[in-house]
Design a protein around this ligand. Sequence first.
Ligand SMILES: Nc1ncnc2c1ncn2[C@@H]1O[C@H](COP(=O)(O)OP(=O)(O)O)[C@@H](O)[C@H]1O
Ligand SMILES: [Mg+2]
Length: 290
Amino acid sequence: MNTLKINNLNLIYKNGYNAINGISLEIKNGMFGLLGPNGAGKSSLMKTIVGLQKPTSGSIEFNDIDVVQDTDYIKKNLGFLPQDFGVYPKVNAYDLLNHIAILKGVNNKVERQKQIQYLLEKVNLWNFRDKEVHTFSGGMKQRFGVAQALLGDPKIIIVDEPTAGLDPEERNRFNTLLSDISSEVVVILSTHLVEDVKNLCSEMTIMNKGRILKTGKPKELIEDLEGKIWSKFIDSDELEIYQSNLKVISQQLIERQLQITVFSPTQPEGFSPVEPILEHVYFNVLSQNS
Ligand SMILES: Nc1ncnc2c1ncn2[C@@H]1O[C@H](COP(=O)(O)OP(=O)(O)O)[C@@H](O)[C@H]1O
Ligand SMILES: [Mg+2]
């Protein structure tokens, strides 16, 4: 079992912006969802975990090794798919993986060939191994990104908004691939899409403005809202009144009628009960802290 322990982490950028504000988390093998809107601090947190930037204070330990002081250990055991992979050099997929494998310390040539073939087959790119990566579609690039992240048998895999720009089918395939891997290693997936977390992650956290707002198992967080979510069709000019009296967590136009969904421990007059879903958890937490 691998364990990542983050304790009271703070990151203040040079311009004074406090992007990570007292974050503590313990993450074990399996798929962990880091969910939050744009600007929440997800990429800042991930870049700090992988050692691309030092925190202002606090600690990060991976398998009891302080990875802020000693970045070698996590780098050696890490697969990272950054949000912005940047520019691909003009070499084919196979050669690029070979190059990355060497950088990751897979020194044995036969072992390297074996891993590259296995991974290219796993991400359905073996038939495209002779094509240059910059000519790939968005989905193929992301799958290539996963293959490079998996080289060298990492113990921790960190993927930052990996499904952005993928069509629904590519997204599904990509998510399934990640979840297949995740039983043996720590996988941290950052996303602003509830959908990505819903079916895949055994644990999740919701963050915004550099803080953790809620952590738990998706199923349990949903169960906590049982009997507390209600909806009603209203006239759109009544919205403000409802917003001032109730906690409105979402609103939706259905056939030109406005339906609002609210969080309330007891049934508000005229409202019907709604079976809670993960979106309700997310919007409820965010509306408490915006
Ligand atoms: N190098 C930087 N210097 C100053 N502020 C930054 C820097 N990088 C990110 N930020 C700010 O930190 C906040 C969090 O950004 P980021 O971690 O990219 O969030 P997310 O990945 O959740 O969208 C944003 O307000 C962003 O503008
Ligand atoms: Mg980001």
